[in-house]
Design a protein around this ligand. Structure first.
Ligand code: NAP
Length: 290
């Protein structure tokens, strides 16, 4: 029998309701939450992401501003432009589209961004917080989106065997740390893992974040496991798909997230939630300074 489908839209709706209340409260204090995207050039993927982010932000009352910089900007001019936005008291969240052109140094920016405004987790301060189990910063949005989804559907993690496939700094590693904080017993897999099917079969929860279309097949999944699919791939037929072979795995899984319609869209809601939280923290800091 097919398992429950964990739908991104349901998670997004619940998050939206809470955010709308929080934004209304901020606005009653005269604060309009503002997210600022900094884009060097105009890559089609970045523009598509920006459109999605704008829709999601504006639906809860967050304003989205964008600064587009020329691709041939010097590091000095880039830093000056970044500093102006970073220091602007009316900006609460900043996201810098990456990768940057090769002539620009991302690390200098990561080191100077105000960690409160760093809603996309590029600052070493926020990264260190995730790895030390401190939930006071902003975690990488996709990793947090998986946690939001598991939480929304009431998936208990304490003491559970969880296998994470993928160890990137944006998804796999921070996700493993967040699962560990929830007291899961985490196994991390990557391209050198000797027995990936075995590591998946022993798991009660699988998070697939490898970027390989349909690589998690039904024979790799135990009956009754929960499967969160983070992958966004294009298959041989040119269709968007995840890392999990949905038709086969959904027959065995107790719960599974689809692609599209799963974790992907929740990521933008997490980004919006970070902006709201940043605005709340900055408002408290302002009040304390007065
Ligand atoms: P990445 O940087 O390419 O990392 C992929 C990870 O998966 C690496 O750690 C790699 O291992 C591992 N891996 C690749 N093939 C494998 C295999 N056959 N067996 C075991 N492990 C394997 O990718 P990423 O940025 O983390 O993204 C992962 C997926 O999530 C992609 O499909 C991406 O599009 C998607 N994604 C979605 C969102 C969203 O939902 N909004 C956001 C970000 C990413 P090694 O370390 O050994 O190379």
């Amino acid at each position: 029998m097919a398992g429950m489908t964990m739908k991104g839209a349901e998670v997004i709706a619940a998050m939206k309701e809470k955010m709308f209340r929080d934004v209304t409260e901020l606005k009653s204090q005269g604060i309009e939450p503002v997210m600022h995207i900094i884009r060097v050039g105009a890559r089609p993927d970045d523009l598509a992401y920006e459109r999605g982010a704008r829709k999601r932000m504006e639906s809860v009352g967050i304003r989205l501003d964008v600064t587009e910089l020329p691709e041939d900007i010097s590091q000095q001019d880039f830093v000056t432009a970044f500093r102006r936005i970073n220091d602007d008291p009316d900006v609460h969240g900043i996201m810098l589209f990456r990768p940057l052109p090769p002539a620009l140094d991302e690390e200098e920016i990561a080191g100077m961004i105000n960690p409160v405004k760093d809603v996309d987790c590029m600052s070493p301060v926020n990264i260190a917080r995730v790895f030390s189990g401190d939930s006071g910063g902003h975690a990488p949005c996709t990793a947090e989106a998986v946690m939001e989804m598991l939480d929304f559907y009431g998936i208990e993690l304490s003491g559970k065997r969880v296998t994470v496939v993928g160890r990137s700094m944006v998804v796999g590693k921070p996700l493993a740390m967040m699962l560990l904080k929830k007291n899961a017993t985490v196994t991390m897999c990557h391209t050198r893992t000797k027995d990936l099917p075995g590591a998946c079969r022993q798991a009660e929860v699988i998070a697939a974040a490898a970027g390989r279309a349909g690589m998690i097949t039904a024979d790799m999944v135990s009956e009754g496991a929960v499967v969160a699919d983070v992958g966004i791939n294009v298959n041989e037929e040119g269709k968007l798909c995840g890392d999990v072979d949905f038709p086969g795995v959904s027959e065995k899984a107790a719960a599974i997230s689809p692609v599209p319609g799963g974790v992907g869209g929740v990521t933008t809601s997490v980004l919006a939630a970070h902006v709201v939280r940043a605005a709340q923290i900055l408002a408290k800091q302002d009040a304390a300074a007065q």
